[in-house]
Design a protein around this ligand. Structure first.
Ligand SMILES: Cc1ncc(COP(=O)(O)O)c(C=O)c1O
Length: 409
């Protein structure tokens, strides 16, 4: 019998969304006629936009002919997609990138998790609480978490509490952190850094030779001018920040799978033997060994997101989700709840009534209104007492949920 990776024993037994799904399934079994509205999981519901579908069809036709057939894709991505990303997502922000700094992948989830391959042992890792669970779990799996204390805390992981008092934004660590995970607009709290706030993090990272792993999976939802769409809008970020982006929430690619990671040439890391190495070269090396690229047809579909029609159609979908989020936010405000998020973000972060825990509120909403949300405590201890809802449902289902809530007040 082989020895298992013991780090897995340190993980919470059940992944948050699996527990939500199991509880919902159980309720369905017990109430087969219930019309359940799911506003919990962060998955999109709008179909792919016509420009993307057309590009898919065209690419499939190319694959059907010997003259245009494509075999293994380039493992860091085709130049045509990298150029489209640079020209559309970065050049307008005044950010200059070269194609070798852009890595096309099948998802920001796996990229943020796989990035733990880049770092040696002994780093102190700063992670927000509440948090998108992948950052924490992937570090635990990789053995980066350090010793576990009696109270269950990890020696090498420093949780940064994001609570009402600090407007759910992490505070600059008082003790040194080497690797810092930031997500803006944030999942689950729906909050986002302004340029001024993010500047402080970039300054901290450069001053302390730390690295920021910046998850911008929800950047398409930003509407306010003072919120940056990329960390590279902040001066100095290219020497300290890696950025993770995705077509999932932008263009409805959750089922298609395509994302990109920016690893600037300027970032250097120390090696034990002395000297420094380029993080970009290391990530490139990893891709060459562990990843064989995203399919040609998928990358052609992603490229179509940047056509004039593609952009307009995608914008319409984002506005649709934002409208849902706003309606949910307004509904709970009307019902006298304290509500955060739902602006510049598809996520609404609700303060649950004092008499409930997050999971009790989950049961309350499911049993009384047949609405499924996500308990805040599943994202970390600071999420206790909160609840996440999303604007990703259909407008009809969102309206249905709102009508039920208002009727029951
Ligand atoms: C913060 C954050 N990053 C990344 C992802 C996953 O992105 P992808 O679908 O590209 O793997 C999610 C999905 O919910 C997310 O919330």
């Amino acid at each position: 019998m082989i020895n298992a990776n013991g780090n897995f024993q340190l993980l919470k037994t059940n992944y948050l969304f699996q527990t939500v799904a199991q509880k919902t399934k159980q309720y369905r079994v017990e109430h087969p006629d219930a019309d359940i509205v799911v506003l919990g999981i962060g998955d999109v519901t709008r179909p792919l936009v016509p420009a993307v579908v057309e590009a898919f069809h065209k690419a499939v036709d190319e694959m059907a002919k010997a003259e245009t057939f494509m075999g293994y894709p380039e493992n860091t991505g085709y130049e045509f997609l990298k150029k489209a990303i640079i020209e559309n997502d970065y050049a307008p922000l005044g950010v200059d990138l070269s194609p070798e700094e852009v890595f096309i992948s099948s998802g920001a989830k796996s990229e943020t998790a796989n990035f733990t391959d880049m770092f040696g042992k002994g780093n102190t890792i700063a992670i927000t609480d509440p948090v998108y669970p992948v950052y924490l779990d992937s570090n635990i799996m990789s053995g980066n978490a350090g010793k576990v204390s009696y109270s269950g805390e990890f020696g090498k992981i420093r949780m940064m509490d994001c609570i009402e008092k600090n407007s759910f934004l992490p505070e600059i660590p008082k003790k040194r952190a080497d690797i810092i995970y930031l997500c803006s607009p944030n999942n689950p709290t729906g909050t986002a850094f302004t340029r001024k706030q993010l500047k402080k993090w970039v300054e901290y990272a450069n001053k302390n030779s730390a690295i920021i792993l910046f998850d911008a999976a929800y950047k398409a939802y930003i509407r306010d001018n003072d919120i940056p769409h990329s960390i590279y809008e902040i001066e100095g970020a290219k020497t300290c920040a890696v950025e993770f982006c995705s077509f999932s929430k932008t263009a409805g690619f959750t089922g298609v799978r395509c994302a990109y990671t920016i690893v600037p040439n300027e970032i250097r890391c120390h090696v034990k033997e002395g000297g420094t190495v380029s993080l970009n070269k290391m990530w490139n090396r990893r891709h060459a060994t562990k990843f064989n690229g995203v399919s040609y047809i998928t990358q052609k579909a992603a490229e179509a997101c940047y056509s004039t029609e593609g952009k307009a159609q995608i914008e319409e979908n984002i506005n649709y989700y934002l409208k849902n989020a706003e309606a949910i936010r307004n509904c709970f405000k009307e019902l006298k709840y304290t509500v955060y998020g739902g602006k510049n973000s598809p996520y609404i972060w609700l303060k649950v009534p004092k008499e409930y825990t997050s999971w009790q509120f989950f049961d309350y909403l499911l049993e009384n209104y047949q609405i499924v949300g996500t308990p805040g405590s599943g994202f970390g201890k600071c999420g206790e007492g909160y609840f996440r809802l999303t604007g990703f449902g259909s407008a009809e289902n969102t309206a249905k949920a709102i009508a039920r809530l208002k009727a029951g007040k």
